[in-house]
Unconditional design. Structure first.
Length: 146
């Protein structure tokens, strides 16, 4: 089984794959990076022993990074998740290697077009927040493409 993680401080995209088929995808939420990481682990619907590989976006500081200090929290979040799955092989991708400069909307459409109807039905739709607003993040769909 493969766990894909698009780390975030307050929202992280997560998907699980078995035999090259998407079994589930969702957004994990928290008020802090630590709470978000804990919610990723708590929501995994299978024994962690079954997860053999973690695919994760590798953080990188670029010259045009607006808030490079935020990357520290993303690294902490990723480390907390991967640390709970210590026997897993970790595969890292830098964003430009798997999606380049493709806009999120186009990337999401491409990913969804590659999934079967059954797989698309397994993607948990994000819930609205306390104000009834659905988050703008497509990370739960993009993670299916990692």
């Amino acid at each position: 089984m493969i766990l894909c993680l698009d780390p975030g401080k307050k929202v992280a995209g997560v998907s699980l794959w078995e035999d090259k088929e998407l079994t589930t995808a969702w957004l994990a939420r928290g008020n802090t990076w630590a709470e978000t990481a804990d919610n990723v682990i708590e929501k995994i619907p299978v024994s962690a022993v079954l997860i053999q590989t973690i695919v994760i976006e590798r953080m990188q500081i670029r010259k045009d990074s607006k808030r490079p200090a935020d990357l520290v929290e993303l690294l902490l979040m990723s480390g907390r998740v991967t640390g709970r799955l210590p026997r897993c092989r970790i595969v890292e991708y830098e964003p430009h290697n798997w999606k380049g400069g493709t806009p999120k909307k186009i990337m999401t459409e491409r990913i969804l077009s590659k999934l079967s109807k059954d797989e698309r039905d397994r993607i948990e739709k994000p819930k609205t927040d306390g104000d009834g607003v659905t988050p703008k993040s497509n990370d739960y769909r993009l993670t299916a493409g990692l």
